[in-house]
Design a protein around this ligand. Structure first.
Ligand code: ZN
Length: 511
């Protein structure tokens, strides 16, 4: 079998496996948007069947035989006689396929089934526990899940900390040793900045965000912004769901959702922009690599960098609103007609410590993430008892944000992640913010007219820049290599911190 034939056969195989994933993703999308509630139980079974089929096909002897023709399956190294004739992209495709394959093979299917069953059970218990503010109800499930996640880390293998194995699932290459000093620097700076903001004489008028805003008009405005961002509605849709999300089946079919509340203007607006950023990434992946790792996003952190860049660096900027605010006023003349742009700009950028992560502002959001990172690291490394988590949580809230939740529902029970077994996921949100700041700083250098373009509502130069620098590569580069390639720097919190200082320094008239 010649190498190119073997590679083509492997790609064909990967594509057909992807079709199963896409079918499952479509069922999930439907579940979150249009499925009647009665369909829930059978939908869970349909999804499980498709996912099991996809998994079985991926770890099958067929796939392995195709890989054996191309690489050494004990080390993952490409066979020397093949390497010479494969270009860098094909070699990256093999490297990443091998990474996925070897990880999948390390987990026994009995374990995968047990974990899936426990997660689906734990999630249902979590919903109830959160609703009734009853941590004790969720405790046994959480204890079992932590045990299972520690076993998963053992199966996958790790150096230094079992948490590294879990983190690697979401952010390949990231480690505790890298995150700890990074987050420490970030925390010191954020807390200092937050203290200054607390003493500022400036107080944003947030009440103007909670007037009555027609929900259809809100969604239409979100659609207008998405269109300006270059989100292609011929290859995408905007629908409503309880929790906004983005699903991609192929670069030609990428769907975003939003939610809309009559008395919460920022919710629909910023979730449209945020999901639009995710959607542009997925629409920008190379169609020719569909089904292979080169047609996939690099990591959750890089994906989140795209949504945060659009949401915060663009959507919460003065330049953006110079163009869009008059358009928003025209839609809502009664509510905003007499509100100056500067007041609106201040209100959408308000900084204030709050209990709930998903409602947090651009600055304090990261403190919520660090708190979760520290807790889950202690949990996975066995330094903290699970039944102590509510107290640990509240103590850290006091320490980081100066506020203590009055209930576990607004505290340790607020996020769905742990009930899904997603330990190691949270840090990717903050990594996304840091990557976004680095990328945006570079975009401003590469596109000297960027600010001017934004004041004219022309967001396409930025979208094209991201297509070229980030999206089109798929997983050809690791997150750290891509960032270095685009910005010339290794991951650093400085552009993020500098950006916040500059913006909030001016907004809050800080010393
Ligand atoms: Zn996101």
């Amino acid at each position: 079998m010649s190498d190119s034939t073997a590679l083509e056969l492997l790609k064909t195989k990967l594509r057909s496996i992807h079709h199963l994933h896409d079918a499952a993703a479509l069922l999930s999308w439907d579940q979150e948007t249009y499925m009647p509630t009665g369909g829930g139980a059978i939908r869970a079974e349909q999804l499980a069947t498709l996912q099991t089929l996809a998994h079985d096909q991926f770890v099958s002897a067929d796939t392995e035989a195709l890989l054996i023709a191309l690489l050494d399956t004990s080390s993952g190294a490409i066979l020397p006689e093949q390497a010479a004739s494969l270009d860098a992209a094909s070699q990256a495709l093999l490297r990443e396929t091998w990474r996925d394959f070897s990880r999948a093979k390390k987990l026994p299917s009995t374990f995968v089934n047990e974990l899936e069953r426990e997660c689906s059970l734990a999630q249902q218990v979590w919903v109830k526990a959160r609703k009734t503010n009853d941590f004790q109800l969720f405790l046994p499930n959480l204890e079992r899940l932590v045990e299972l996640k520690r076993r998963e880390a053992d199966y996958l293998g790790f150096t230094d900390s079992p948490y590294n194995a879990l983190l690697d699932t979401y952010e390949p290459g990231a480690t505790v040793a890298q995150l700890k000093p990074l987050f420490h620097t970030l925390r010191t700076e954020l807390v200092r900045l937050l203290d200054q903001i607390r003493q500022s004489p400036v107080h944003p008028q947030t009440s103007l965000m909670t007037q009555s805003y027609n929900t259809d008009q809100q969604v239409e405005f979100g659609r207008l912004v998405l269109t300006h961002m270059g989100y292609d509605f011929q290859r995408g849709r905007l629908d409503l769901s309880a929790h906004p999300f983005t699903t991609a089946f192929h670069p030609t079919d990428v769907r975003v959702t939003t939610r809309v509340f009559e008395r919460d203007l920022p919710s629909c607006l910023f979730s449209c922009i945020h999901e639009g950023g995710h959607g542009l990434y997925d629409q920008g992946l190379p169609p020719s690599q569909y089904g292979t790792p080169l047609g996939e996003s690099i990591s959750l952190g890089i994906h989140e960098s795209q949504s945060r860049l659009w949401e915060n660096a663009v959507g919460r900027s003065r330049e953006f609103w110079q163009y869009f605010y008059p358009k928003l006023q025209a839609r809502f003349p009664e509510q905003l007609g007499s509100v100056p742009e500067s007041e609106f700009y201040l209100a959408i950028n308000r900084v204030s410590p709050s209990l709930i992560r998903v409602e947090a502002d651009e600055l304090t959001y990261n403190l919520h993430i660090m708190l979760r990172f520290e807790i889950e690291l202690d949990v996975i490394e066995g330094r903290v008892m699970i039944d102590d988590l509510p107290d640990v949580w509240n103590a850290k809230m006091q320490d980081y944000l100066g506020i203590i939740p009055t209930s576990d529902a607004d505290g340790v029970l607020q996020d769905v992640h742990w009930s899904l077994g997603a330990f190691g996921y949270f840090p990717t949100y903050t990594l996304g913010n840091l990557y976004a700041a680095m990328l945006f700083q570079q975009a401003k250098i590469d596109l000297p007219q960027l600010g001017q373009h934004m004041t004219e509502g022309n967001l396409l130069p930025l979208k094209n820049w991201l297509n070229d620098r980030v999206h089109r590569w798929g997983r050809q580069y690791s997150a750290s290599d891509l960032i270095k390639q685009v910005t010339g720097m290794a991951l650093t919190p400085e552009p993020f911190i500098d950006g916040l200082r500059e913006k909030f320094g001016a907004l809050y008239q800080l010393p």
